[in-house]
Design a protein around this ligand. Structure first.
Ligand SMILES: NC(=O)c1ccc[n+]([C@@H]2O[C@H](COP(=O)([O-])OP(=O)(O)OC[C@H]3O[C@@H](n4cnc5c(N)ncnc54)[C@H](OP(=O)(O)O)[C@@H]3O)[C@@H](O)[C@H]2O)c1
Length: 253
C-alpha cells in the first residue's frame, strides 16, 4: 500500500533519458514520489539504476493497464526509444483506459551539420537498397534487430556496433562486430571510422546527444549517412527532455 502522500510514477525506460529520470526521481526533491523504472529486459543494465526497477514485458496494453491499476500508478513517463513504437502505443492505450496521466519524452532530432551527405529513408529495407553503390565498408548502427534487411548484400564488409556481443552469428555475409555503449565521443567515433576505413554510415534517426557524434564524425570524413526516419508518435502530450518532464511532474504534485 502507498501512504496518502506518496505517489507512484512509472518510467518506461531502456534509454539514457529513462536512466536520468530514475536518478533524478531518487533525489530528495521527489521524496513524495516512488519511481518504478520499467525495462524490456533485453540488454539494459538494470543494476545501474537507482530506485525500484521491474523487468520484462507487461503482456500487451491490457497487461500494462492491469499493472497500472495493481500498482496504483499515478503518472507514466514514456521515455522509451523513438523507434520503440509498440510499447509507446501500449502506454497510450493503457493510460487512456485507466485514466492515468501520460507524458512522452520526444528526443530532439539531431542538428545535421551543414554539408552532411544525408540520405533519409523510410525503412531498414530502404536503407539496404540505398547502400548499393554508396560504399564498401558500411558502419551499421541500427541495433541487432535491424540487421536482417542487410542480409543479402554482397561485396561489402560491415562494421556492426552492438550493445553486447551477439550470442549467434549475425545474418550478414561479411561483417565485424564492435561492442560499445553510448555515449560515444567525437574523437572515438572518428578513430573508429578511420581504423575501419568506413565509407558510409547507416543509422536510425534516433536523435539525442548520446549518439550525435557519429553524424559529426561522418561529416568530417565526408561520408554519406543513410538515416531511417523516425516513426511518428501522434496525439501524445510530449516534452523534449528530462528537465521538462520533471517540470511537468512537479506541476501535478
Ligand atoms: N528500438 C530501438 O532502437 C531501441 C534502442 C535503444 C533502446 N531501446 C529500448 O529497448 C526496449 C525495447 O525496445 P523495442 O524497440 O524492442 O520496443 P517495442 O518494439 O516498442 O516493444 C516490444 C515489446 O517489448 C516490451 N517492452 C518494450 N519496452 C519495454 C519497457 N520499457 N518495459 C517493459 N516492457 C517493454 C513490451 O512487451 P509487452 O507487450 O509484453 O508489454 C513491448 O510490447 C525499449 O524499452 C526501448 O526504450 C530500443
Amino acid at each position: 500500500m502507498l501512504s496518502l502522500e506518496t505517489r507512484r510514477v512509472l518510467v518506461l525506460g531502456g534509454t539514457h533519458e529513462g536512466a536520468e529520470l530514475a536518478r533524478r526521481l531518487a533525489g530528495t526533491e521527489f521524496a513524495d514520489i516512488e519511481a518504478i523504472t520499467s525495462l524490456a529486459g533485453r540488454l539494459e543494465l538494470a543494476t545501474l539504476l537507482p530506485g525500484r526497477v521491474r523487468t520484462g514485458g507487461f503482456g500487451g496494453a491490457a497487461g500494462l493497464k492491469r499493472y497500472l491499476a495493481n500498482q496504483q500508478i499515478a503518472f507514466v513517463i514514456d521515455a522509451t526509444h523513438p523507434f520503440a513504437t509498440t510499447i509507446s502505443a501500449h502506454a497510450a492505450e493503457a493510460c487512456a483506459g485507466e485514466g492515468v496521466a501520460l507524458l512522452r519524452i520526444d528526443r530532439p532530432a539531431w542538428n545535421i551539420p551543414p554539408g552532411t551527405r544525408w540520405i533519409a529513408v523510410d525503412s531498414m529495407d530502404d536503407a539496404a537498397g540505398a547502400l548499393e553503390g554508396l560504399g564498401r565498408r558500411p558502419f551499421l548502427t541500427v541495433g541487432r534487430r535491424g540487421l536482417e534487411a542487410f542480409a543479402r548484400l554482397e561485396g561489402v564488409r560491415f562494421l556492426v556496433r552492438l550493445l553486447a556481443a551477439p550470442a549467434e552469428p549475425l545474418p550478414l555475409i561479411d561483417y565485424e562486430v564492435v561492442v560499445a555503449r553510448p555515449p560515444h565521443s567525437l574523437g572515438s567515433e572518428r578513430r573508429l571510422m578511420e581504423a575501419h576505413r568506413i565509407d558510409v554510415l547507416v543509422t536510425k534517426e534516433s536523435g539525442g546527444e548520446a549518439t550525435a557524434s557519429k553524424i559529426e564524425a561522418a561529416r568530417a570524413r565526408d561520408i554519406p549517412v543513410v538515416a531511417v526516419r523516425r516513426p511518428p508518435m501522434r496525439n501524445r502530450e510530449a516534452v523534449a527532455g528530462v528537465d521538462a518532464a520533471l517540470a511537468w511532474l512537479r506541476e501535478r504534485l
